[in-house]
Design a protein around this ligand. Structure first.
Ligand SMILES: Nc1ncnc2c1ncn2[C@@H]1O[C@H](COP(=O)(O)OP(=O)(O)OP(=O)(O)O)[C@@H](O)[C@H]1O
Ligand SMILES: [Mg+2]
Length: 233
């Protein structure tokens, strides 16, 4: 579904991604882990079109996507819930969801919102409340729900567990699994909660200094404390 080949990119003159190759197949949950500053968020930003690739190729369903705008990528089926998933605090839960579907016709949007309310009943109860009044965990749920509104084929999540208490982390990871299993959305997820993400993903990439340092199955890391530590040094 998603194929990144020899990607190089960065900010201004500063290169942060060096020849990165990564692939996500249809139906998978793929985890992208690695220490702070490794370039994980930058990879997601390049895929969704927030920053342009300098070199290399990004293919989505066999289509080259290099340089497409985020809006165009949403229309093609790629959505992104960025790190620190911000919701619009002064808008209601409903209005936040409507923004997620800004490209959809009104009648379709209603159906999509009804569907995410089924998945996230908490949000339905609080539909008319300002998003800023939700708890941190509820705001994460809202960010997830918002990214689902356009019916993505590929959902990219950047640290959905950020700032959540342990029980909420479990809830969020369970939701992510459900989104994958029950509605068949393919997922690329960046996470620092390594153990938890290894439990739900099919394959994992670990990055170090803008490069892939490990690629494999979660079992290979889960049972190997030394290897895992080494990847984060
Ligand atoms: N907007 C920006 N402008 C300039 N440099 C940036 C920008 N965003 C990130 N960087 C730099 O790019 C490098 C990779 O950052 P990135 O955010 O992709 O790392 P990360 O792996 O997501 O880290 P973290 O786990 O802390 O979120 C870092 O050196 C960072 O300082
Ligand atoms: Mg990041």
């Amino acid at each position: 579904m998603l194929e990144i080949r020899e990607l190089e990119t960065g900010y201004g003159k500063k290169q942060v991604i060096f020849g990165l190759t990564l692939e996500v197949r249809e139906g998978e949950i793929v985890a992208l882990i690695g220490p702070n500053g490794a370039g994980k968020s930058t990879v997601l930003k390049a895929v969704c079109g927030l920053i342009p690739p300098w070199k290399g190729r990004i293919h989505f369903n066999d289509d080259v996507t290099n340089g497409f705008s985020p809006a165009r990528n949403v229309a093609r089926g790629i959505t992104f819930a960025p790190q620190g998933s911000r919701v619009f605090a002064d808008l209601t839960v409903m209005e936040n969801l409507e923004i997620g579907g800004f490209q959809l016709p009104r009648n379709e949007l209603k159906g999509r919102i009804a569907r995410v309310f089924q998945m996230f009943p908490v949000l339905k109860e609080r539909a008319r409340q300002d998003a800023g009044k939700l708890s941190g965990g509820e705001q994460q749920m809202l960010a997830l729900a918002r990214a689902l509104i356009p019916n993505p084929k590929l959902l990219m999540l950047d640290e959905p567990s950020l700032g959540l208490s342990p029980n909420l982390v479990t809830t969020v990871f369970r939701k992510i699994s459900e989104i994958n299993n029950e509605i068949g959305v393919t997922i690329l997820i960046v996470e620092q909660k390594v153990r938890e993400v290894l439990d739900i993903c099919k394959r994992v990439y670990s990055m170090k200094l803008g490069r892939v340092a490990f690629e494999g199955r979660p079992e290979e890391l889960r049972d190997d404390e030394t290897k895992l530590k080494d990847l984060f040094l």
